[in-house]
Design a protein around this ligand. Structure first.
Ligand code: BDR
Ligand code: CA
Length: 308
């Protein structure tokens, strides 16, 4: 799989889970502007790889702005650096020389098996890939994205951040005709980082676990300030978990439209769960997470990474 991300506290844990799991072959980590600017998100991806001891996985920078919209970042949640909390040293993991979209194209065309794409940021890189390189389409096994919601949003009343930042890109992906799975807020809010979860991570008693505790502590403090929710939802790793163990996330087929023009709802995912529109389903929409199994998977992954 290829992880396309905008680290970001929960993206950081998604990187660790994707790199650690023995069932996954993580071919690349690509970055996109979202939670923070492209430069900072890319630096953060390299920092995460360095602190987790992830080597040999190329990190490539992609699009620095949405297709049409002006970039909106989430520094209220992720801080000024995009990954506030721990003190990171200079990363030793290098930046790949290739643009993320070019790297994805090359990996997709060269790899003997179709490859799964897991976007956990705005969908700008993925939409650009599909728009500019349609020959890769048969090489994509599926797209399992964190974004959207069957209900309410988090950046606007009905807009989830990743979709809201680049709705035109999301529209291209949802209407690509490729197998798309949507891991939205309705399911990610089932994975709350409780004090018990933090205690389990702390008990691992490794330098990497300490970094994760610092990340989750900062993330919890901003969620409490912005949403009154001291136990933050760990959105992005759930998309990776769905690829590792599909049965962990229960999904239904449904039509999903992206609102591009609403006066108050631009960037909303309109999910026709009850099939009232007559539209054909274009996505598997996540509804329920096996929460204990998810935390076992994530905490287990942290024990297998070498660390700094
Ligand atoms: C999504 O927005 C970002 O802030 C998180 O990293 C996650 O991908 C949640 O809406
Ligand atoms: Ca993200």
């Amino acid at each position: 799989m290829i992880l396309d991300c905008d680290p970001g506290h929960d993206d950081a844990l998604a990187i660790m889970l994707a790199a650690a799991d023995p069932h996954l072959d993580l071919l690349a980590i690509t970055t996109v502007a979202g939670n923070t600017t492209l430069d900072k998100a890319t630096l953060n991806a390299r920092r995460v790889c360095t602190v987790a001891g992830i080597s040999g996985v190329p990190v490539a920078a992609g699009c620095d702005r949405p297709l049409v919209a002006k970039l909106r970042i989430a520094d209220d949640i992720h801080g000024e650096s995009g990954l506030d909390g721990p003190a990171f040293g200079e990363p030793s993991v290098p930046l790949a020389g290739e643009h993320a979209v070019a790297l994805m194209r090359r990996l997709l065309l060269d790899h003997p098996e179709p490859v799964t794409l897991v976007p956990t940021g705005p969908l700008t890189n993925i939409a650009t890939l599909l728009r500019d390189h349609p020959s890769v389409r048969p090489r994509i096994r599926e797209i399992v994205l964190m974004g959207g919601s069957t209900g309410r949003g988090n950046i606007t009343p009905y807009g989830e951040f990743n979709i809201f930042v680049d709705p035109e890109a999301a529209d291209i992906v949802f209407h690509s005709g490729l197998p798309v799975t949507m891991i939205g807020l309705n399911v990610t809010h089932q994975a709350l980082v409780t004090p018990e979860v933090v205690a389990r991570i702390r008990a691992l008693d490794t330098p990497l676990a300490e970094v994760c505790v610092e990340l989750m502590t900062f993330f919890g403090s901003t969620y409490e300030r912005v949403f009154g929710l001291p136990e933050p939802p760990l959105h992005d790793p759930i998309a990776v978990a769905r690829v590792i163990a599909p049965g962990m996330v229960r999904c239904v087929d449904a039509p999903v439209a992206v609102e591009l023009t609403g006066a108050h709802t631009r960037g909303a995912t309109v999910v026709d769960l009850h099939r009232r529109t007559g539209a054909a389903p274009n996505a598997q929409v996540a509804l329920a997470l096996d929460v204990p199994r998810f935390w076992d998977l994530l905490v287990g992954a942290l024990t297998t990474l070498p660390g700094p």
